[in-house]
Design a protein around this ligand. Structure first.
Ligand code: HEM
Length: 494
């Protein structure tokens, strides 16, 4: 006890201070949790002005201690120490040139239960094997086959908005909620293909689990608490059993079907690819398939819906860009009601807008790696087991990388492509970097472009008077008070 909560932290502090790395002092057992919680509470206690300088509100501890201790400092989450790293050269070492020295850290047990033991958290050979099997789901040719399916889901959504607006000529929509249903729909189709209804039922169970996990997250974390038969834990275990049972049934049914790999439209889905792999190698078990489905559903839904939400908010805040994006969509799509896969590629202004949105409001604001062995990072000696926190949001807002207008919404900075947008390409990593980069990136972008272009074709929109600008984080970056937007249908005779 004394060793873990007193002697070891002191030793680590001493090790780093000899190398010039400091941070807020460790306090017995709680580390810096009290200050961290205080700063977060204060920052989120009221909305902020309509500005994109969101770092002080969202990552208040980083903003605050960076000023005192510099960009590379130690911070204590209880007895767990994390070293913040946001120097581009060091970030490159961690993710690319010396990535073999670092691994994913162990997720919080509650998160682990939600995300499953799939691609997101697997390590080593098992991760490499699974990544190889699942990758074809996201090949360009496969995604092209999904375009009409996604477009249909978006069209159904906007039809409902139009119906809601008839009578008064406009309608207020809580886009944060609608976009979650939309992305849920798309992920289910990508993961489960034609078994959509069963996939949806499984998703419902997962959503309930997520609510329980979020509740548990807000209470004090007591080691071992998750094994106690509390009311919440019993509900959680029951949900877990039901998710497993439903997925097992679905897998058995697909195994017996002639369309177990390729769907009617020729596309390949996650479930089919995993089943195919399990037929030829004993290394892939039903348990693995269950875990991958969970991981997929967890990783793909809210990230994409949050990106859509922030982009819609930005287009409502910056009507001149909304007009430009709409003009491009109408020019490229002509009289077509929904864009084709070829159209999607041509929407350059929309691409710039999406990149600028991912820069200013990246759904994943930070990621963590763990040193597998003692390592050298940019000349610093990092002891084995040290966790490195890479604040993606801070890199995206760094004036040294982006210039003095880093906090401005300025899509043309991406006009020459992503690699040339900043002084250093590492300044833009919304989907991560290196071998563990996001597998669903192209699906997310395709979906966002389709959704936004169909919305732009049909509506003009503005922020509702009740909108309060309050980006905040609970696992992902989201609008604390929602995103109410007023949509006004456009005349279709253009
Ligand atoms: C705007 C949308 C998205 C964002 C911002 C995003 C962000 C990220 C980031 C930052 C990582 C790397 C994490 C790390 O290095 O620690 C990641 C990994 C991952 N993402 Fe995404 N993601 C998005 C959409 C999706 C979608 C649609 C899917 C699946 C359908 C998906 C599945 C995954 C998976 C499976 C991984 C783990 C990959 C591996 O380690 O091999 N993501 N994502």
């Amino acid at each position: 006890m004394v060793v873990q909560f007193w002697w070891r932290p002191r030793k680590i502090e001493h090790h780093f201070s000899r190398q010039g790395i400091r941070g807020p002092p460790y306090r017995f057992f709680i580390g810096n949790v009290k200050e961290l919680a205080g700063m977060m509470l204060k920052a989120s206690s009221q909305p902020m002005p309509f500005s994109h300088n969101i770092l002080p509100r969202v990552l208040s501890f980083y903003h605050h201690w960076n000023k005192t201790y510099g960009a590379t400092f130690l911070v204590w989450f209880g007895p767990t120490v994390r070293l913040t790293v946001s120097e581009p050269d060091l970030v490159k070492e961690i993710f690319t040139s010396k990535s073999e020295l670092y691994e994913k850290n162990e997720a919080h047990p509650l998160i682990k239960q939600l995300e499953g033991d799939g691609l997101l958290s697997l390590k080593g050979e098992k991760w490499a094997r699974h990544r190889k099997i699942i990758t074809p789901t996201f090949h360009t040719e496969n995604l092209k086959l999904l375009v009409p399916v996604v477009a249909q889901s978006v069209s159904d959504m906007v039809e409902k908005w139009s119906a809601m607006s008839s009578g008064c000529g406009e309608v207020e929509i809580e886009v944060f909620e609608w976009f979650q249903s939309l992305t849920e729909d798309v992920i289910i189709r990508t993961a489960f293909g034609s078994c959509y209804e069963d996939g949806k039922a499984i998703f419902r169970l997962q959503a309930q689990q997520m609510v329980l996990a979020a509740q548990a997250f807000q209470t004090v974390f007591v080691p071992g608490y998750r094994f106690l038969p509390t009311k919440r834990n019993i509900s959680c275990w029951k949900l877990d059993r039901n998710i497993k049972k439903s997925l097992m049934k679905l897998i058995e049914r697909r195994r017996g079907s002639s369309k177990n790999i390729v769907q009617e439209n020729g596309s390949k889905d996650l479930l089919g690819l995993m089943i195919q792999a399990s037929n030829s190698t004993p290394n892939i078990t039903v348990h693995d398939i269950i875990q991958e489905c969970k991981s997929f559903l967890f990783a793909g839904k809210q990230t994409t819906s949050n990106m859509l939400t922030w982009t819609t908010i930005l287009l409502a805040m910056h009507p001149q860009w909304q007009v430009q994006a709409r003009e491009e969509v109408l020019r490229v799509c002509g009289s077509r009601n929904v864009p084709t896969s070829d159209d999607v590629v041509k929407l350059k202004t929309l691409s710039m807008i999406l990149n600028e949105s991912l820069r200013l409001y990246p759904p994943t604001i930070a990621t963590i790696r763990r040193a597998k062995a003692d390592a050298e990072l940019g000349g610093y000696i990092i002891p084995r087991g040290t966790e490195l926190l890479i604040p993606i949001l801070a890199l995206h807002h760094d004036q040294a990388i982006w210039g003095s207008d880093a906090n401005e919404f300025f899509p043309p900075r991406f006009s020459e492509g992503v690699a040339r947008a900043a002084k250093d390409p590492v300044g833009f990593i919304p989907f991560g970097l290196g071998v563990r980069t996001c597998i669903g990136q192209n699906l997310a972008i395709m979906q966002a472009k389709l959704a936004l272009s169909i919305i732009l074709q049909r509506f003009s929109f503005r922020l509702a008077p009740s909108y309060r600008h309050a980006p905040t984080v609970l696992m992902l970056l989201y609008p604390q008070y929602g995103a109410p937007i007023i949509f006004q249908p456009l005349s279709r005779k253009r």
